[in-house]
Ligand binder design. Structure first.
Ligand code: FAD
Length: 823
């Protein structure tokens, strides 16, 4: 068993030690700079509210696990979780709608909730102001984590199991040799280790710097205040820090509340962001107490004034009270609000588990323990993976701006398609100038600017045939959407369109061991058809889908790969390094070529005419998945005959300096064939009509290829690929759940994703992707449903509290295929 060092004895570090011990590991040392009895990090003052529901399945799974673990962690008959329930109130009509959406997520992730009227809110929480509250969401299983106590119990339990705790011991460096960690240095000496996990909370940046790892988190101060004693609370007879009332959220004013015995605790996110540099806080003193700890800054009363005013309105009893004490407590924010979990990209054995709320702490610790002991986490980690950030997103200025934005928006109502305001234009493809001329409306993803649709195509709307007319959307799904998308879909299906595919990740895998590596990592034989690219899967060792991937063998030792996320690239690179290190195996290298290259998807029934017009006959004649390095109008390109929209055509790659010329050549040749530039919104609708799955939403490591409907990508004759053993005995026939296509019966209700799906009144699954299918003029959705649900079954999707009937349909939509045949 490896020797493990965990840096930090907060709620994450202590839980991780416990999760590892419970999996049979020993040889674990937890190194903590503060005193163990109260280390002085964020956990030491966390009020511990646990609201489990949010839009991420992963985060909600983590929260549910944290609740169940803290409930089971007992001493003297008292657990570490006070399950008083949670109440989120709405004081605006928009929030009331938002609570319905949140209830939908809760049903999707199997958390029981109840929407309450004003009266019901008052019954549950009599101290609320009746005139302010329009309604609420009650989550009976939410409550208060006794985080500091949990840490002490976990320390006691794991110490008994052999974990060594060193307190008052700052880690000052990380030792390494041959690309692996070998230990940590402290003023008391070096501690040898094969695995080091930094659970240093908001000190993560400083620990990262010891190993050259930019950790994208920003420590920010957040205000928390306590009132003086309140008669109405003391009457309830509870322990000093106890609570009976549900924890309360007033998100319209960026506020939350809990009881501390006879006093109220009030947390506030509405103030200006107050960034902190952890290194500037100095070293943790030997004596730490409630009032004196590095994570606690002085209260800035003026910032709290609006909070106090709003609190007195929502909770009139506070009008008789005063603020007795307060502080500005520090914890981590990140560019996208997710935690940061995973392994250093190049230093093996060094992991981080940071920017984790108490709410998710035990869940994250379990996932990391699973990663370490079995190589995979049961819960999909793509939302939290350190590798999800691209290099440009690790720049301190980017991290600072986006994390502060995240703080500002933490309780806001956010639309899933809402564009980021800033920073923008960090990464643009060589086609950007042309797209701007065409009025592209850009969304940002992984710092890339990607057209959603192009306003120039509004000119097509008057000609749009009746059967392609989009339906009127409800106000929510109409936001950040345009009817122009219908015109782009129409042109793609009936003429030809150019899609900018540059932001998808491209890499080269080269070396004498390249073929071995790719044969081992993918489910298909990528060698037998040398002239054809292969669309295949990469699995984890339990058969979960790590990524889909397109592989083209350019030369004997050189492959081009297209993947859909940086997480996949990180995996392939890590495996390549590991293989190259083994003396018995041949070396292989990977290189991310995304930024130096670009790609156009030229798709549609008339794409071939465009290719003929530029005299690229060799490209025009490529068979399905055939590829070729050649020239188009003198521009060196690589073209693969493949399409994401179900129409004939190619992905054409060239290096960045030729990009704008390639665009112009295709654009002018396509003019007479009706070429348009089209955006992501059309692409998403068309790919769904054709049954194509997106990694990250429709499939993750939580799903095997049979559940996703991609069993045909498993080569039955192939031996020895990652995940093969796990798939033995499984088949498409006997899966317990399956990704299905639903068509929405009323023909007009467009949902957006993550909504729960009900069968016979019971929540059985959730929507992974959704779109309006222009080709059949109906909204569609993908959803995981029980494996035995038949085609033609009726289900209901809950959308803002409204149930919408949908029909389970054959996949891909045969009606689309049929209609595509028309002239
Ligand atoms: P910490 O508890 O900070 O632990 C990290 C540990 O690492 C520290 O003890 C530190 O001393 C140690 N360390 C750092 N550097 C070194 C080093 N070089 N060597 C050795 N040791 C080191 N979350 C919720 O879920 N619900 C809430 O209601 C809630 N309310 C909050 C209210 C406030 C005012 C604040 C500030 C935070 C709140 N949070 C809440 C967030 C939550 O407190 C934190 O996200 C969580 O406690 C982080 O736990 P951790 O174990 O990662 O970090």
């Amino acid at each position: 068993l490896p020797r493990v060092v965990i840096i930090g004895a907060g709620i994450v570090g202590a839980n991780l030690a416990d999760e590892l011990v419970s999996r049979g590991w020993n040889g674990i040392t937890v190194v903590e700079q503060g005193p163990l009895s109260m280390p002085g990090g964020s956990t030491s003052h966390a009020p511990g509210l646990v609201f489990q529901t949010n839009s991420s399945k992963t985060m909600s799974d983590f929260a549910r696990y944290t609740v169940s673990k803290l409930l089971s962690l007992e001493e003297d008959g008292q657990s570490c979780f006070n399950q008083v329930g949670g109440l989120e109130v709405a004081t605006t009509p928009a929030r009331l709608e938002e609570l319905k959406r949140k209830r939908g997520w809760a049903s999707s992730w199997k958390i029981e909730t109840r929407l309450l009227t004003t009266n019901e809110c008052l019954e549950l929480y009599p101290l609320l102001d009746r005139d302010s509250v329009l309604g609420g969401l009650h989550i009976p299983s939410d409550g208060l984590a006794l985080a500091a106590r949990a840490v002490q119990l976990l320390i006691a339990r794991t110490t008994k199991a052999g974990v060594r705790y060193l307190d008052l011991t700052p880690v000052t460096g990380v030792e390494r040799s041959g690309g692996r960690v070998t230990g940590v240095t402290t003023p008391k000496g070096t501690i040898a280790a094969d695995i080091v996990i930094s659970c240093a909370g908001f000190w993560g940046v400083e620990i990262g710097a010891m190993v050259g790892l930019p950790v994208p988190l920003l420590p920010l101060a957040h205000q928390y205040a306590k009132t003086g004693s309140l008669q109405v609370l003391s009457a309830a007879n509870k322990p000093a820090n106890g609570a009976n009332l549900p924890i309360l959220r007033h998100q319209d004013q960026d506020l939350y509340y809990r009881e501390h015995g006879d006093r109220y605790g009030i947390g506030y996110y509405g103030h200006r962001p107050m960034p902190v540099v952890a290194a500037s806080l100095g070293s943790t003193p030997e004596h730490v107490d409630e009032k004196n700890m590095p994570s606690r800054l002085d209260f800035t009363a003026e910032d709290f004034e609006p909070a106090w005013k709003a609190s007195k309105k929502l909770l009139p009893v506070l009008r008789e009270a005063e603020i007795a004490e307060g502080f500005n407590g520090i914890f981590s924010f990140t560019p996208d609000g997710g935690p940061i979990v995973g392994q250093h990209p190049t230093l093996d054995g060094f992991y981080v588990a940071e920017a984790v709320w108490v709410t998710h702490s035990a869940g994250v610790a379990k996932a990391v323990a699973e990663l370490l002991t079995t190589g995979r986490s049961e819960v999909d980690l793509s939302d939290c993976d350190l590798a999800r950030f691209e290099e440009v997103q690790l720049a301190p200025a980017y991290v600072s701006e986006t994390s502060q934005q995240n703080f500002v928006e933490v309780y806001d109502i956010l639309h899933p398609m809402q564009p980021k305001e800033s920073p923008r234009n960090l990464r643009v493809s060589p086609f950007h100038a042309r797209q701007k001329e065409l009025g592209a409306v850009f969304l940002e993803s992984r710092a890339w600017e990607r057209p959603q649709w192009l306003e120039a195509n509004a000119d097509l709307l008057p000609d749009l045939p009746a059967q392609w007319q989009p339906v009127d959307r409800d106000v929510w799904s109409a936001r950040f959407h345009s009817p122009i998308v219908a015109a782009e879909a129409w042109k793609t299906r009936t003429a030809v369109a150019m899609y900018d595919m540059t932001p998808l990740k491209r890499l080269e895998v080269v070396g004498p061991g390249a073929a071995d590596l790719l044969q081992r990592l993918t489910t298909s034989d990528v060698l037998t058809n040398p002239d054809q690219a292969t669309y295949t899967l990469m699995l984890d060792n339990a058969g979960g889908i790590r990524s889909d991937v397109i592989v083209a063998r350019l030369e004997a030792r050189s492959f081009h790969l297209g993947v859909f996320s940086p997480v996949a690239l990180d995996y392939i690179s890590r495996e390549a390094r590991e293989q190259s290190r083994q003396p018995s195996k041949r070396w292989v290298q990977t290189q991310d070529v995304t930024g130096g290259t670009c790609s156009i998807g030229l798709w549609g029934p008339r794409a071939v005419e465009v290719m003929n017009a530029v005299n690229a006959l060799d490209v025009a004649q490529l068979p399905h998945h055939g590829f070729r390095k050649t020239f188009i109008a003198g521009i060196p390109v690589m073209a693969i005959r493949l399409s994401h929209v179900g129409e004939p055509g190619w992905e054409i790659y060239t290096s960045a300096e030729f990009g704008s010329r390639l665009w112009d050549v295709l654009w002018s040749a396509g003019g007479v064939h009706g070429v348009v530039a089209a955006g992501r919104a059309a692409l998403n609708a068309l790919r769904m009509e054709n049954g194509y799955r997106d990694w990250g939403s429709d499939m993750t490591t939580e799903h095997d290829p049979y559940e996703v409907g991609l069993g045909h990508l498993i080569d039955a004759a192939k031996e020895g690929f990652v995940g093969q053993m796990a798939l033995r005995g499984r088949s498409e026939k006997d899966v317990s759940r399956r990704l299905r296509t639903l068509t929405i019966d009323d023909g007009r209700s467009v949902v957006l994703g993550k909504e729960p799906v009900f069968l016979d009144g019971r929540a059985v699954g959730y929507v992974t992707s959704a779109a309006f299918a222009y080709t059949i003029r109906k909204p569609i959705a993908y959803a995981y449903l029980p494996g035995n649900v038949l085609n033609g079954a009726f289900v209901e999707i809950e959308y803002f509290g409204r149930r919408i009937w949908a029909t389970v349909t054959e996949d891909p939509l045969t009606s689309v295929a049929a209609r595509r045949e028309r002239p």
